[in-house]
Structure formats: C-alpha cells, structure tokens
Design a protein around this ligand. Structure first.
Ligand code: ADE
Length: 417
C-alpha cells in the first residue's frame, strides 16, 4: 500500500484518538452499521481531501464499511494529526497522505497521490481536488461521477465555477445542510477557535477586547463563545444586515481599523483575502494577537507583515512575534486556521452531524449517478431531518409531533380570524 505519513509507529496512539472520537459520533456509528450490512458504496473509488483528524478517520472507516475504496490526503498543511494518519494506514488499511507542517510542494504531491488512483468520486474541504481536476488533472474528469464539498469557502469557489460554466462535474454542497453549518460552523468553530487561541497563547480572555471579523455562522459562534469567556466582543462586518444583527446581539460594531487599535485579540472568519492588511497593522495596538479561522491563510496579509517586520521569531509553538516599528504583533499558526493548526479542530459531537451528511451525501451521489447536471446541489431536506432525529435520540431528547388537526390547519388557507 502506498502512503505518506510522518511516523507509522504513532499508529497505536492514533487508534486511541479515533476510538475516543467515535464515542461522540452516534449518528455516524449508526450509518456505519447500516453501510457494513448494505454496502451502498460498492464500486466507489473515493479520493478525499479533508483535515486528517480523529473525526475524519471515523468518516473514512464508515465509507470503507460501505464498500468504497478510500484514499485520503490532507486539506491543509498544518491540520493533520500525525498519529491519526499513521493509524488510518496501519490499523484501518486506508492509504493516507498527510504530514503536519508539510510544505506546499508536499501538500500538492499528496493531493496528486490520491488522484493517481483514478477516483470515480471525490470529497473536498475547500475544493482543492476539484480545482486540480479542472486544471492539471483534466484527464481524470471523465471518470468522476461527482464530488462532495464540506466547507463554505469550497462551496463559494464551486458556485463561481458553476457561474462561469467551468464546472464539469456535479457537486453536493454538504456544507449547506442545516445539520452542518448551523452546528459545525457555529458551535464547532466557536469552541475550537477559542481552543486554538488558548492552547497557543494561554492568555486570559476575561476582560480583553476580542475582535471577531466576519459575522457569518462561524463569526456568530465565535463571538458568543468569546463573550461567554468574559471578553468584550467587537464585531467587524461589511454586510449591513449581519452588522445590524451583531449590534442587536449586543456587540459593539465598528470598522476594523478602529477595532484593531483597541484589540487584544483579533480573529478573522470571513473567507476573503487581506482582511488584516497594511493599514490595520499600522493601526494595531502593541501586543495584539492575530489569528485566522477561515479556510485559507490569506485573510491576514502575512506577506505584507513579513515585509514590514524588523524581525520575526517563534516565541512559543504556533506563536510568531513580528516586531514592526516599535510594536510587537503576535501571529498564531502562521495565519492558517488556528482551530486546526494549534488545536484539534471541532469536537467530535458536531463533526458527527457534518460527516453523517458526507456519508449520506456519498450514498445519494452514487445512487443517482448520471442523473445530475454539472452544478452545485443541496442534499434533500430529509437528510437533515434524519440526521437531527438520530442525534436527538442519541442524546435522549424527545420532541412533540403535530396532531392531525394541526397539520391540516397548516396546510389549509381557509381558516383565519
Ligand atoms: N474541520 C473543523 N474541525 C474538523 C475536525 N475535527 N475534523 C475534520 N474537519 C474539521
């Protein structure tokens, strides 16, 4: 078996992490049990490009149990867990190509390695595999029945391809499942981003000015978690509706150039580039901590920061000190997503729902192969209902059901005042 991991001897430790995550993934466990019986993915060769974590390992096991041949590469150079990568290879027989801290060349070598198996389905977190399939690996496109996308940034890229009529395969936007973005993006990113900031710096959050840039689902979650830790939260947002929402949620709202002048911590969660740029660095308070939790490492303009810096040194793992003029500015996890760079990503309990969507999405794509156009599709709403129903049941939560009379009332227009 071909693979590329840091140290295969870490497999034992990785298996323990994978089993620990599995305890918190009841929805995926149930799907895995059904997949093992029904083998709905027989005939699938799946190349996946995801963050290589213990939660992802459980998704890979589920897809394999369903009959798929799975191959996994990292979706970010800094996010792989080396022990998990080793366990995937040694304990579960899943070819894995991922090394924490790999350089860009190795990153793309790993992506190409999973494409070399000539997959008939792909799975992305950020659309890098789909992008390669449409550029340097075009010869493989004809054999691919479709792809799944995990994250907002990837879906935005894919919709841009669709708009340009450049998309040559159908894609399921798993991110758009309610049971994904309302929970993973909000509670997952909220908690894991704070976890990343705290593990990297061990700074106190109480009483500090904590700036959240971007008030999408991730920003909403992060702001509420930072507030819960006692920070004074400031939100910066370009969309007036979201900015108004942030204000009515109780946060101060202002332009970033003003916010950064009083900020102790700034975290970008926008999905766009150069959010923190030269003007912001010039305005920043001495000692400010900068982090990014958006998918790509372009939100903080670190190229400009490097040019402006008199010196740069690593002061703790995942903390670089930039001396710029008379100020010291601290950049976490090289500006890559801090929740996976210096922590372990979202907790398993939310990834359970996200990856249940991936597993059911793969089954849906394979069952309906040939029926899709080359567009970005949402999964049917029943998938959300099913995932939420199982999740509630696993947590011992029961809910009410509408009576026949209530259903009839909602369906009719005749009964009014
Ligand atoms: N994205 C964010 N957190 C993650 C995790 N724990 N596993 C895989 N992908 C993630």
């Amino acid at each position: 078996m071909k693979y590329d991991v840091k140290d295969i001897k870490l497999a034992g430790a990785g298996k323990q992490l994978i089993e620990w995550a599995e305890r918190e993934m009841p929805v995926l466990r149930l799907i895995q049990k059904r997949f093992a019986k029904e083998k709905p993915l027989k005939g699938v060769t799946l190349a996946a490009c995801l963050h290589v974590t213990s939660e992802t390992a459980n998704l890979m096991r589920t897809l394999k149990a369903g009959g798929a041949d799975v191959y996994l590469a990292a979706s970010n150079p800094l996010s792989p867990n080396d022990a998990v990568a080793a366990a995937l290879v040694k304990e579960y027989g899943i070819p894995t190509f991922a090394i924490k801290g790999e350089d860009n060349k190795t990153y793309f070598k790993h992506l190409n390695a999973v494409l070399d198996v000539k997959p008939n389905m792909t799975m992305d977190d950020g659309a890098d595999l789909v992008s390669l399939l449409h550029t340097t690996r075009k010869e493989l496109l004809a054999g691919v029945v479709g792809s799944n996308e995990e994250t907002t940034t990837g879906v935005i890229r894919l919709r841009a391809m669709e708009k340009d009529k450049a998309l040559k395969i159908p894609v399921l936007a798993v991110n758009d499942n309610m049971t994904k973005h309302m929970f993973d993006n909000r509670y997952g990113t909220g908690q894991s981003t704070l976890d990343g900031v705290i593990r990297a710096t061990n700074i106190l959050l109480a009483g500090r000015n904590f700036v959240v840039v971007g008030y999408g689902w991730c920003g909403r979650g992060l702001a509420s978690r930072a507030e819960g830790m006692g920070s004074h939260v400031i939100v910066c947002e370009v969309d007036p509706v979201k900015a108004l929402e942030a204000r009515m949620d109780g946060y101060r709202v202002m332009p970033l150039v003003e916010a950064i002048a009083i900020a102790d911590i700034v975290v970008t969660v926008t999905g766009d580039k150069h959010i923190i740029d030269v003007a912001h660095i010039k305005a920043a308070k001495d000692g400010v901590v900068l982090a990014n939790s958006g998918h790509f490492d372009v939100e903080i303009n670190k190229v400009a920061m490097k040019k402006m810096a008199k010196s740069i040194r690593t002061v703790r793992p995942f903390v670089e000190e930039y001396v710029i003029g008379k100020k010291k500015i601290y950049l976490l996890a090289e500006g890559r997503l801090v929740n996976l760079g210096s922590a372990e990503g979202h907790p398993a309990s939310v990834m359970d729902m996200s990856f249940a969507g991936q597993a059911l999405g793969s089954e849906y794509m394979w069952d309906n192969k040939g029926k899709f156009e080359n567009r970005v599709y949402a999964l049917p709403p029943e998938v959300d209902q099913e995932i939420a129903r199982i999740k509630l049941k696993s947590e011992g939560v029961e809910i009410d059901a509408l009576t026949a009379e209530q259903k009839e009332y909602l369906a009719s227009w005749k009964e009014g005042t």
